[in-house]
Write a protein that binds this ligand. Structure first.
Ligand code: NOJ
Length: 508
């Protein structure tokens, strides 16, 4: 009898939890948690233009865009949205949205034309200083990314992220910015999406600097970027935090990965893929042990040996380096767009180039049963963001998570219901992660404030809340319906599934 009672109580408890979970994500209108801040993001090369203004030197993206065939539509970020000239208008748009903060990045070659800190560009620093002042005057907090992929070409000529000395160069660059802006900037993001610039830029030929050294150059960059990040954090922590009182951390592309089926091999493939996608960068910083994920280390060592390498292609982290990197982020910066599903069953040896990152991951990935929306570039899998947030919470003892990017790419148009649907569904899943699962999330950032230069996709793919008219000399911006929706969300502090604003022409 006692046993039966216990059993029934347990069944009842499970039903309640499940019902609660479902109920919460179906609730008609949801209040946004108090204290959750909302923002919008951009990055220097994607919006500024002014590629040779004043004493700015070229970045690796200026160089890369010159190579025929690299950018899908043959465009570049030379002029982009001309924010270097018209930054005040960007602030007006942010004000219109009612955001709490603006995440933007600094162009390293604009501030340090030689790449080194021997000579600081006054014009470069003044540009960012004016932007920071304009934001603060409008009640918007500046959140600054030090590196969003536009490395000075001069440093690339010396190896860029493959040269361990980049840790010195990056620390010097960080110091210049902490000195110039740290009295007013209280939130620093060292690096944006390490995987994207290391693996795609050094292991493949799809991103600048086009090194294409798969499974070798990319892994060198990973170690060096972790050291560089840690140096910038320690510098802030020791010398600047005591007087400036801000926070400093990294933001990591945290798309979710899981097995395409329940077969043990697929589940295992999904777990290993998570280690490669996220853990490669997060484990050294956020885990209690530090260092690269064990299974990843083992896998690369095994593949390297099988390929005849006398040592693993993955550079070792010494005990001192592990200790130096561990714990170097005041928050978990989280960028998320979608989920990929991994199949070990479909994987066949020789499928990928060897050696390579893809071969090391050792599974075939795809979007499973999900298809891209007809007019969309980003696959909508909202359940994935909740899983990714929980994975981070469970793996790293519930760090404070700041969502620094989330958004939907399409091929244009001011009437963008698909984007609104995406934001609603993802925010609903995020609210579940907060309210049902107890994830500690303090910020949400829409990518992006406006359409901009989408790297190898050029101007063809658009993520903006505002449309940008690239034909117009002043790059006129027009609010999309998603901008009106985001504005309502922030003003009402409610997520209302029925809020579908009608388009009205609002230009900046
Ligand atoms: C991540 C990058 O940080 C950003 O620069 C890019 O535009 C978005 N993803 C969309 O692809």
């Amino acid at each position: 009898m006692g046993c039966l009672f216990k059993f029934l109580t347990a069944v009842f408890a499970v039903l309640c939890v499940t019902a609660g979970k479902e109920l919460s994500s179906r609730a008609a209108v949801r209040k946004l948690p108090e204290g959750l801040l909302f923002g919008a993001a951009t990055a220097s090369y994607q919006i500024e233009g002014g590629w040779n203004a004043s004493d700015k030197s070229p970045s690796i993206w200026d160089t890369f865009c010159e190579i025929p065939g690299k950018i899908k539509d043959g465009t570049s970020g030379r002029d982009a949205c001309k924010s270097y000239e018209y930054y005040q208008r960007d602030v007006e748009m942010l004000k219109f949205l009612g955001v709490d903060f603006y995440r933007f990045s600094v162009s390293w070659p604009r501030v340090l034309p030689s790449g080194f800190a021997d000579k600081v560009s006054q014009d470069g620093i003044e540009y960012y200083s004016r932007l920071v002042d304009e934001l603060l005057a409008n009640g918007i907090e500046p959140s600054v990314t030090l590196y969003h992929w536009d490395l000075p070409q001069s440093l690339q000529d010396l190896g860029g992220w493959a040269n361990p000395l980049i840790a010195d160069w990056f620390e010097d660059y960080a110091r210049v910015l902490y000195d110039a802006l740290g009295d007013r900037v209280k939130l620093w993001i060292t690096l944006n999406e390490p995987k994207q610039f290391a693996i795609y830029g050094y292991g493949k030929d799809v991103f600048a600097p086009d090194i294409n050294s798969p499974g070798v150059g990319d892994y060198m960059a990973v170690k060096n970027l972790l050291m560089a990040h840690a140096r910038a954090w320690h510098l802030y922590d020791k010398e600047y935090r005591p007087k400036q009182n801000g926070n400093c951390g990294i933001t990591i592309a945290s798309d979710f990965a899981e097995g395409i089926s329940d077969s043990p091999a697929d589940v295992e493939a999904g777990n290993l893929a998570l280690d490669f996608e996220i853990g490669f960068y997060s484990h050294p910083i956020f885990s209690t042990t530090g260092g690269f994920p064990e299974k990843l280390v083992k896998r690369v060592a095994e593949r390297s040996a099988a390929q005849g390498f006398p040592r693993s292609r993955l550079p070792e982290l010494t005990k001192d380096e592990i200790d130096f990197i561990r714990g170097t982020s005041d928050f978990y910066g989280f960028n998320h767009y979608s989920t990929r599903f991994y199949s070990a069953e479909d994987y066949k040896s020789g499928m990928f180039e060897e050696p390579s990152y893809d071969d090391d991951v050792g599974a075939v990935s795809g979007r499973g049963e999900y298809t891209t929306a007809p007019n969309g570039y980003t696959t909508k899998i909202p359940a994935g963001i909740r899983k990714a947030l929980n994975w981070i919470k469970d793996s790293y003892n519930s760090p404070e998570i700041m969502i620094f990017e989330n958004g939907y790419g399409d091929y244009g148009g001011v009437n963008d219901p698909d984007r609104i649907d995406y934001y609603k569904a993802y925010l609903d899943a995020i609210l579940d992660a907060i309210e049902v699962d107890g994830c500690n999330i303090s910020r949400y950032t829409a990518w992006s404030l406006m359409d901009n230069f989408e790297w190898a996709q050029g101007l063809s793919v658009k993520f903006g809340l505002f449309e940008v008219d690239y034909e117009a000399e002043k790059r006129t911006r027009t609010a999309k319906t998603s901008a009106l929706w985001y504005r309502n969300l922030i003003a009402s502090r409610t997520l209302d599934p029925a809020d579908n604003p009608k388009y009205e022409k609002i230009e900046f």
